[in-house]
Structure formats: C-alpha cells, structure tokens
Design a protein around this ligand. Structure first.
Ligand SMILES: [Zn+2]
Ligand SMILES: [Zn+2]
Ligand SMILES: [Zn+2]
Length: 349
C-alpha cells in the first residue's frame, strides 16, 4: 500500500474520510490510485491540487460514503452510483441484526484493499452487472450467527465469478475459532479475499489458455475430483502434505487450492513490498520479468519485519520459508500477471 498525504502535509490513510489535521474531505481515486484532499458538497467532490488551485472537475463520491460503509472511493464509471469495489457487492446480510452493519463495513474495507492491489497489478475487473460470470460478492449469514436464516453453514468459496463469504468472518472471535479449528493460523479477512480472487483469475487467465499445460506441470492436474479432494482433506487432514511443495497445508488439498493459496501469497508480497518502499524500507522499483530480484528484495524486507516483530515480543510477522518449488509457482503467477497486465482486458474476451 502506498503512503498518502493531505494537501496540508498531514499523513492520511487509505480509509480516511477527512483529514484529522485540517478537516479537508478525502477521497481515493481508483484512476490515479491515489487520494485527493478536497471539499465535499451537494455537487460532488472538488479536489484541491497540491499547488493550491482548485479544479473545476467535480468528481462523484461513492454512494456508500455514508454509514455503515463509509467508503471513501470515487466513482469512475459515469453510469454508476457506486465505486468499482462497492458495485461488485450483490448480497449483504440483514442490516437489522445489530452486528451486521459493522461486519459489512469490515468486509468492504478489506475488499477495497484487495481492489487497490488489483489496480496496482493492472488486472481488469469486470463485475456481474457488466458481463456474464463477472465478479460478484455475496456476504451471507448462517445459523451459527443468526438463527433466523435458512442456511446451516455458509462456506467461503468461488464459482463462475461469484464469491461467497460468511459475514461472520468479520468477527474477531469467529476468525479466532476458525483459525484453531481449521489449523489456519494466518487466516484473515483480506487473505480470504485474496484467495478467492485467485480462483476468479484462474478462470480468466489459465482456463482454456495456452498456459494450462504449464499450470498442470507446476500445480498438478486440476481435473481430479474437486469435491472428493476437499472431503478427503477435511476428513483426514493432509496426510500427504509435503511442506516443501506447498505454501500452506490447505494448498495440498487440490491444484485449484494450491493456485489460490499461492496467488494470495503473491498478493501479500506485492502489497507489503509496496508498503515497505513507500516507507523508505526498500528502494525496489517494480519491473516486468524481474522475479528473482523482486523475490530477493522481498526476502530481505521480510527478515526486517520478523526482527522488528520479535523485538516487540511477537511471533514472526512472516513465518514462511519458501522452497524452490513454491518459488517456481510464484514465478509462474508473476509471469501470468505480467503478460496479462501488458495485454490488458483483451485477454478476458
Ligand atoms: Zn489536511
Ligand atoms: Zn464504494
Ligand atoms: Zn479456495
């Protein structure tokens, strides 16, 4: 994540609606992947330029700027009332349930964070209102948190562009329980979004593409029975887990999950390295086809992060040691993303 500053010089953060120092209104502009400070009125959002001048262009704030979402993004699609992230939300949990407004806010925050990295990687986003099998999100509840709903168990997952997330994942307590029950100590809301979007981009970038064979060589044959594989994983754990082959235990359950787990990890690195650069911890400049130096810079930054974390008495912030096999998978994803962002949306059609 980049660092942002208000026109007054105060550091501002990705989700801020106004500057704590000078009170200017703030908005994130997906077109420039940066934040404006300015003035919000009935007419819209008037950005203030750094030189002090105002532009006459009034930008459109997202319809979800108000409670409970407090989305600070601008709308880039003239026909829409919501930003590109909010537009992808198709189902929300019942807002009359006291905890749900907060859950929804947490989920949308994490989704915007996800989107900021998709924008950085220049990965096109087409939502379900624009194309068949476009991206959509359903935030659902099950009986564990709301006895009035019909669903017993909402499982997080992806199918043809549609991503389902259990709204309860936004609760600290639920997340903690799931971490222990599922043996997933690194489970986070943002991690879910990054994992599920990995499935979405597999459909777009790998399925029916020339890269499918290369994918199979690295990740395995995805045609093996998916439901069977997951059933086996949840019943027996991962008896065949070879930690040198996979980024996580869950990745060993099926090639699709290996891809999604590795994809999520790739996004973690991209975002965290960008943060390190923006705070002056690294001088790495992103380039295409630069996997080796990108990765070794990441390893250096991760070492610093771990040392800082240990100094505070915490566990390692990045407790992973990646083998050459896993790095090979990350490199493949890096190559796919590079070629995709060069060709842009054409690949989707
Ligand atoms: Zn300010
Ligand atoms: Zn929005
Ligand atoms: Zn998955």
């Amino acid at each position: 994540m980049k660092r942002f500053f208000c026109r007054c010089g105060q550091e501002i953060f990705f989700n801020n609606l106004f500057c704590e120092s000078c009170g200017r209104d703030l908005a994130y502009d997906p077109l420039i992947q940066s934040m404006w400070s300015g003035e919000l009125s009935e007419q819209g959002f008037l950005p203030h330029y750094q030189d002090g001048s105002n532009t006459n262009v009034v930008l459109k704030p997202c319809d979800n700027r108000h409670y409970p979402i407090n989305c600070n993004w601008l709308v880039t699609d003239e026909a829409a009332c919501q930003c590109i992230s909010c537009q992808t939300t198709r189902t929300i949990p019942d807002m009359n349930v006291p905890k749900n407004p907060q859950r929804w806010r947490i989920l949308e925050r994490a989704k915007r964070h996800l989107f900021s990295t998709l924008l950085l990687l220049n990965l096109p986003i087409q939502n379900y209102r624009q194309v068949v099998n476009g991206l959509s999100f359903d935030f659902l509840e099950d009986k564990r948190t709301n006895p009035n709903v019909a669903l017993e168990h909402v499982l997080t997952g992806h199918s043809h562009g549609q991503i389902t997330l259990n709204a309860a994942e936004a609760d600290e307590g639920f997340l903690h329980t799931m971490k222990e029950e599922m043996g997933e100590p690194y489970r986070t809301v943002l991690g879910h979004f990054r994992h599920e979007i990995g499935h979405y981009y597999w459909d777009k970038l790998i399925n029916n593409q020339q890269r499918l064979e290369a994918f199979r060589e690295l990740f395995g044959d995805e045609r093996q029975d998916y439901d069977e594989a997951l059933k086996r994983y949840y019943e027996n754990g991962a008896p065949e887990f070879r930690s040198h082959q996979y980024i996580s235990m869950y990745a060993s359950s099926h090639p699709f999950e290996d891809w999604a787990e590795t994809w999520a990890h790739y996004m973690h690195i991209v975002d965290t390295l960008e943060t390190a650069v923006s705070y002056g911890l690294s001088v790495y400049k992103p380039k295409v086809n630069d996997f080796n130096s990108w990765y070794s810079e990441w390893a250096r930054v991760a070492q610093v992060m771990n040392a800082l974390s240990r100094s505070m008495g915490h566990d390692d912030a990045y407790p992973f040691v990646l083998t050459d096999i896993v790095k090979g998978k990350l490199k493949f994803i890096d190559k796919v993303v590079d070629s995709f962002s060069e060709q842009g949306a054409e690949v989707l059609n």
